[in-house]
Ligand binder design. Structure first.
Ligand SMILES: Nc1ncnc2c1ncn2[C@@H]1O[C@H](COP(=O)(O)OP(=O)(O)O)[C@@H](O)[C@H]1O
Ligand SMILES: [Mg+2]
Length: 335
């Protein structure tokens, strides 16, 4: 019988969990309902969102995850316990767990993740660095002696990493991503038009824009929200070019991560990079114009991964299925 096992990606926007022989079982917004009296996790994702406004005061909503790291030690434990239980792992199930972790994790954060999984019933834990997970998820073999560039653009974080022989050789990262773009859109609508919009509306508007165009005027957009002064519902027509100006600075910072990582790369990997190029993954890879901006700034060719948003969890699932093999090849450089 195949050992039970789980692969987990605690993204800042989405929590994903793959269960052996069952597939992707959890794909939920990174929102957690916590019982503030016990610290226990009551619900995750849609189920937590559905509790808003219907629960006693001791239930609080948290967005605890910042790209693979849970802000608080106890909550890490509680969240892992909840997820492992949901994946059918109990104290005696001898399950293997693969968890994606950022390459910037501190030893304390790694310890919290590993101990959290073991306490929740895992018998073996593999902590898998996000860029390696993403590379494996899109079919690359990062254990080869060949430099490979992986760009992961998500909600709260954009990262470029150069991989070689199963390890991260150089990396550059920024705590900005889709959420930062949405916040810039919200802020602009409020200050320019006195229009307050939900986060989801800012995301919808931002997602409809091609961030690489600079044609004056551009498309006309309608934003739905509430008047910031009266609270009355209203909509506002505006030009996409107004938002492009707002987004340009943020996009320049994000694209700068790629340039920075390439500049820092050891010169002997340059020929590899020129021939293999880089792969762009993460949800923001699907934003219109993002790859064009990256290509304009990158000296190496860049491809967009298919199903870019689920690359990391698919890579973690591959490591779960071929646990011994990947543990061996990635052993020296998993994080
Ligand atoms: N089709 C799309 N167009 C533009 N942005 C998108 C699209 N799909 C997802 N995103 C953005 O990608 C981000 C989520 O990416 P993801 O890699 O899942 O994040 P994380 O790993 O941080 O949880 C969000 O900011 C979301 O708005
Ligand atoms: Mg991610």
């Amino acid at each position: 019988m195949v050992a039970p096992g789980l692969a987990i990606d605690l993204g800042s926007a989405t929590i994903r969990m793959h269960v052996a022989r069952r597939g992707l079982v959890v794909q939920e917004p990174s929102v957690v309902a916590v019982d503030s009296r016990s610290g226990g996790v009551l619900a995750v994702g849609e189920a937590a969102l559905a509790m808003i406004g219907r629960t006693p005061g001791y239930v609080i909503m948290e967005r605890p995850v910042r790209e693979g790291v849970v802000g608080d030690f106890d909550l890490t434990q509680q969240l892992l316990q909840y997820l492992l239980a949901r994946g059918g792992v109990g104290r005696f199930s001898h399950a293997r767990v693969v968890v994606c972790v950022p390459p910037s994790s501190t030893p304390l954060e790694l310890e919290a993740m590993e101990q959290g999984c073991l306490k929740a019933g895992a018998s073996e834990v593999m902590l898998l660095s996000y860029p390696l997970a993403g590379a494996i998820g899109v079919g690359l073999r990062p254990s080869q002696a060949m430099g490979q560039l992986v760009l992961d653009f998500g909600a709260g974080h954009c990262e470029a990493a150069l991989l070689c022989m199963g390890t991260v050789v150089t990396r550059a990262a920024l705590r900005k991503g889709g959420d930062t773009l949405d916040a810039a859109v919200s802020e602009y609508l409020r200050s320019r038009y006195d229009l307050a919009v939900f986060r989801s509306e800012a995301e919808r508007i931002r997602s409809s824009i091609d961030v690489s165009t600079s044609t004056p005027g551009g498309e006309s957009l309608r934003a739905e929200g509430r008047d910031a002064l009266t609270g009355a519902r209203r909509s506002q027509i505006l030009a996409s070019s107004e938002l492009l100006e707002v987004l340009a600075g943020e996009m320049a910072d994000i694209v700068g991560v790629v340039e920075h990582c390439i500049q820092e790369s050891p010169g002997d990997l340059a020929p590899d990079l020129l021939s293999s190029g880089g792969v762009l993954l993460g949800g923001l890879a699907a934003q219109r114009g993002v790859v064009d901006l990256v290509r304009a700034a990158s000296p190496v060719p860049i491809k967009v991964a298919e199903e870019a948003q689920t690359a990391a969890i698919r890579g973690a699932a591959t490591c779960l299925e071929e646990f011994d093999r990947w543990q061996r090849v990635l052993a020296a450089g998993t994080v």
